[in-house]
Design a protein around this ligand. Structure first.
Ligand code: DQA
Length: 143
């Protein structure tokens, strides 16, 4: 059975009430429940974390090398700033899929660059909460 590390970055704990016009009304708990259903159907195990702290996310990814088979990540605001998270994903050597609820390329200019995209296998964005489901299905197909 494959074990997938799922990481939600900063402020994603606020989903449901955070800028619903941009991110929708689905809560993080609902997203995670949807992911668990997919994992069950596809006979995979998920380890799910949300963190507002860059170093904590780097530490989690550091453990992926030995503990997990692949990584599903929404790095949230760190997408646009974190060389450390990018380097951690590259160092892990694991297949990773990056997801975003919104289409970052149709938003403010500062969001239109992802430091993460070059080190992941695929990026899925713009489908709201469904980006996560699509991302997990794609990741499970890849590994
Ligand atoms: C996001 C997009 C980021 O620009 C933003 O900082 C987020 C969420 C998304 O899922 O659309 O927090 O990653």
């Amino acid at each position: 059975m494959k074990t997938i590390l799922v990481i939600h970055g900063p402020n994603l704990d606020l989903l449901g009430q955070r800028e619903p016009g941009v991110y929708g009304r689905v809560t993080l708990k609902e997203i995670n429940n949807g992911l668990k259903k997919i994992a069950k159907k596809r006979k995979a195990t998920l380890k799910i974390f949300q963190s507002n702290h860059e170093g904590e996310i780097v530490d989690l990814i550091g453990k992926a090398k030995v503990k997990y088979d692949a990584l599903l990540i929404n790095p949230a605001a760190y997408t646009h700033t974190s060389v450390a998270i990018r380097d951690a994903i590259a160092a892990s050597g694991k297949i990773a899929v990056e997801v975003h609820l919104s289409n970052i390329y149709s938003r403010e200019e500062f969001r239109q660059k992802s430091l993460i995209t070059p080190v992941v296998k695929e990026t899925i964005l713009g489908f709201g909460a469904k980006s996560y489901a699509l991302g997990l299905e794609a990741l499970l197909d890849l590994i």
